[in-house]
Design a protein around this ligand. Sequence first.
Ligand SMILES: [Zn+2]
Length: 70
Amino acid sequence: MRHEPHSPTTDATKDLRLPNGCLLCGGDLDVRVTDGAARSFCGHCRWISSPHMQRHEDGIHIVHPAGGIA
Ligand SMILES: [Zn+2]
């Protein structure tokens, strides 16, 4: 387990954690948002994905594109 240092240079990068957000194993999903593009990573099964982000009135929604899941 390693922690990457936070980069205070820009607020365009955000780290989110979605409890039970992994589609494969149901583990916690770490999501990093950089310049509007999201990358998700599951520490349990090492699943890496590029979910879509949708901004709604109640916050940011992370949407995984359908298909591509074995
Ligand atoms: Zn997982």
